[in-house]
Design a protein around this ligand. Structure first.
Ligand code: GLY
Length: 288
């Protein structure tokens, strides 16, 4: 239940209690008489799909990722913009991908072309799948990359993501499907002290040379201080991205790079990015 309109990603009441839902509705209506949106609660798991649309036709850009929103391990604590992602996600079956394409992606691209507002670029779909089913529902469409999904995708696109995106931007024909340079990708976000409520800025960052080719580092919330030092300048400071033949090896490479190469005061990150797959799969089996 939420008030209709933008609420900066907040303001949604999720409950199975009628009493709490009614209280939330009254609270919103008292604030300002306006429309209320009530939707079915879907108890499931989320996944991030990334597609490109070019010449009115859509195609997948990269494997499906899974995002970790809460700040602490085990999905505990306040929500963030995303503390890490990994791909491939074992619960994402071919049947699910096929349904997302047939029921959501293709009809959307077709409708935009038919209404004479053809879209050319990236679509990021946040999909939820009800536990124990292969029934995907769309939570959110964005005409942008996911963050940090983009960082996980960049090293996977053979020939370079920029080259591929340029082809899409400059040519209305359908560019060839990009080949994957690796099978798996893991992104771990390094966040500043106090994030997400009160992120600390101006903390000095030390980065040593990364020793593995399969690991790259993306800057997110960093700045150069007047002293010339690299400092924190936002909540999500750096992204460590590792690729490999499977999630476990990419995960190991990412975490070993964090331990040996990057440091700043109060640095926080989740230690379970990519490891939740077994836990989630078990949970799904129990609920099937
Ligand atoms: N990773 C979620 C988002 O970019 O919205």
């Amino acid at each position: 239940m939420k008030a209709d309109g933008l609420a900066s990603g907040k303001g949604t009441t999720v409950t199975s209690e009628r009493r709490d839902a009614e209280a939330a509705i009254h609270r919103e209506l008292e604030r300002e008489p306006r429309r209320i949106v009530i939707e079915e609660f879907i108890d499931g798991w989320e996944a991030s799909f990334t597609a490109t649309v070019s010449g009115g036709r859509a195609q997948w850009l990269a494997p499906v990722f899974q995002d970790y929103k809460p700040i602490y391990d085990g999905d505990v604590g306040p929500n963030t913009g995303g503390m890490g992602v990994y791909a491939p996600v074992p619960m994402v079956t071919e049947a699910i991908v096929d349904k997302v394409r047939r029921k959501i992606l293709d009809p959307s691209a077709d409708a935009m072309a038919k209404e004479n507002v053809p879209f050319q670029g990236v679509l990021y779909l946040n999909i939820i799948v009800k536990h124990g089913t292969e029934d995907p529902r769309l939570l959110e469409f964005n005409a942008r990359f996911g963050d940090p999904e983009a960082q996980g995708i960049a090293p996977l696109v053979k020939g370079g993501l920029l080259t591929h995106m340029r082809e899409i931007a400059e040519d209305s024909k359908r560019p060839p499907l990009p080949e994957c340079a690796s099978s798996a990708s893991v992104v771990v976000v390094l966040a500043s002290k106090g994030y997400p409520t009160n992120p600390s800025t101006g903390d000095r960052i030390t980065i040593r040379k990364l020793s593995q080719n399969s690991v790259v580092l993306f800057h997110a919330g960093t700045a150069i201080a007047s002293t010339g030092e690299l400092v924190t300048a936002g909540g999500r400071v750096l992204d460590i991205v590792a690729t490999g033949p499977d999630v476990e090896s990419a995960r190991k490479a990412a975490y070993s790079a964090i331990g040996s190469s990057v440091q700043f005061p109060g640095m926080q990150y989740r230690r379970d990015i990519g490891s939740g797959q077994l836990r989630r799969r078990k949970l799904e089996q129990i609920q099937t």
